[in-house]
Structures are given as structure tokens and as C-alpha cells.
Design a binder for this molecule. Structure first.
Ligand code: ADP
Ligand code: ZN
Length: 213
């Protein structure tokens, strides 16, 4: 199964992608995670991406496209994949279609997670992530048992550098301008499905499962 998760920052793409990965035994490919790792490890890719990410702007198309092309050709993607955070522009979506076509593959579903901007700001400003396992916490809705420590693995929790109010607003603008048009793009292709991203993680997950199975 080949899926794309669309939706604004804070819609819960990462959380839902992790659940889908477990259920369908297919890899989650998150460009945000790949880029953050590159920044953390100070690789050439990380050095290139860092200032864009810190400012809430998109990393240039050719950089992420190159990265995805390579990633979806790996063997573990034979049974399918979940793209989380890619594509984010029409250019990226076009290149993805081209790449898949050349491989004789098609997308099964594009799931659009819908959520209001106010809710996004609240979710992201209170969010922290485990530096070890990627587990997500929230100061109101999913408080860790011990402050700044992951419940699952004991790793240190950290706020993302781009989860501050000013950068969140910038990311929302970028989403409206560059990424929201992808809904129309995939609607025309006939594989868009829309899900409300309000409610509990489990509720949203079952809505997605209904769409994709
Ligand atoms: P969110 O969806 O919460 O904003 P992500 O982890 O998906 O977070 O992305 C974080 C940042 O990484 C983006 O603001 C952008 O700078 C960069 N990024 C991730 N995916 C892409 C992409 N497909 N194209 C360009 N930049 C990207
Ligand atoms: Zn953890």
C-alpha cells in the first residue's frame, strides 16, 4: 500500500504515520525526520537544510526530491510506504508521480488530515518529542509522567526549534500557499480522501483505516 499523508503542521501526520507503519508493516518516510536527523548529525544535507527549517521555510525542492527518489527505491519499500511531509509543493508532487510511473507503481490513497489553524498553534506550542524514540508528548493533552522524560524509553524530551509561535505562523503560511494546492491536485487524480483530524489519536486512526482499507 502506498499512502501520502497531507495536512498542515500539527495535524498529526507523524503520529498517524507511526500507527499505520505498525498496522501495515510498511515504512514511514518522513522528510521532516530525515532532515532533522541530518541537521543533528551535521551532514552536508543538514547544513543545507538547517536555516530553511529554523525559519519555517521549505527546503529547496531538488534537495527533498533527490532524497525521496533514493528512499523509495530501497527494498523495504517493496510492500509500500507512507509518505509523511512529502510532497509539499506541486513540483514535488509532479516529480513523485514521474518517479512512481517510471517504477510502474501507483499511489493507493492520499489522506488529507483536516484541522483548524488555532488548534494547530495550541498543539505545536505545547509539544515535545523524545530525542531517542520520537515519541510525542503535550503539556496539556499528553503530559509525560516525569517532566522532560519520555514515558516509553526514558529518553530526554525536547521542543523542536521550529515549534515557537512566530515560526509556527510562518509554517502555516507556507502550508496555505505551497502545500494546500496539493488537495486539488490529488482530487483531480481521484485518490484524495479527507479525514477530520480532531479527536483522539485512536479516533483519527480508525477514520484513516476506514479510508484506506
Ligand atoms: P511540520 O509538518 O510539523 O511542519 P515536518 O517535520 O514535516 O513538520 O517538517 C519540518 C520542516 O522540514 C519544514 O518546515 C521544512 O523546512 C522541512 N521539510 C520537511 N519536508 C519537506 C518537504 N517535502 N519539502 C521541503 N521542506 C520540507
Ligand atoms: Zn522515548
Amino acid at each position: 500500500m502506498r499512502l501520502i499523508l497531507l495536512g498542515p503542521p500539527g495535524a498529526g501526520k507523524g503520529t498517524q504515520a507511526k500507527l499505520l507503519k505498525e498496522k501495515f508493516k510498511i515504512p514511514q518516510i518522513s522528510t521532516g525526520d530525515i532532515l532533522r536527523n541530518a541537521v543533528k548529525n551535521n551532514t552536508a544535507l543538514g547544513v543545507q537544510a538547517d536555516s530553511f527549517m529554523a525559519a519555517g521555510q521549505l527546503v529547496p525542492d531538488d534537495v527533498v526530491i533527490g532524497l525521496i527518489k533514493e528512499r523509495i527505491k530501497r527494498d523495504d519499500c517493496d510492500p509500500g510506504f507512507i509518505l509523511d511531509g512529502f510532497p509539499r509543493t506541486i513540483v514535488q508532487a509532479d516529480k513523485l508521480s514521474e518517479t512512481l510511473e517510471a517504477m510502474n507503481l501507483a499511489l493507493d490513497r492520499v489522506v488529507d488530515l483536516e484541522v483548524d489553524p488555532e488548534e494547530v498553534i495550541n498543539r505545536l506550542t505545547g509539544r515535545s518529542t523524545c530525542s531517542e524514540c520520537g515519541g510525542m508528548f503535550h503539556e496539556e493533552s499528553r503530559k509525560p509522567k516525569v517532566a522532560h522524560v519520555c514515558d516509553c524509553c526514558g529518553g530526554a524530551l525536547a521542543q523542536r526549534q521550529d515549534d515557537n509561535k512566530a515560526t509556527i505562523l510562518k509554517r502555516l503560511d507556507v502550508y496555505q500557499e505551497s502545500t494546500a494546492p496539493l488537495k486539488e491536485f490529488y482530487k483531480k487524480q481521484g485518490n484524495l480522501g479527507t479525514v477530520s483530524a480532531k479527536g483522539s489519536v485512536e479516533e483519527i486512526f480508525s477514520r484513516i483505516c476506514e479510508l484506506v482499507t
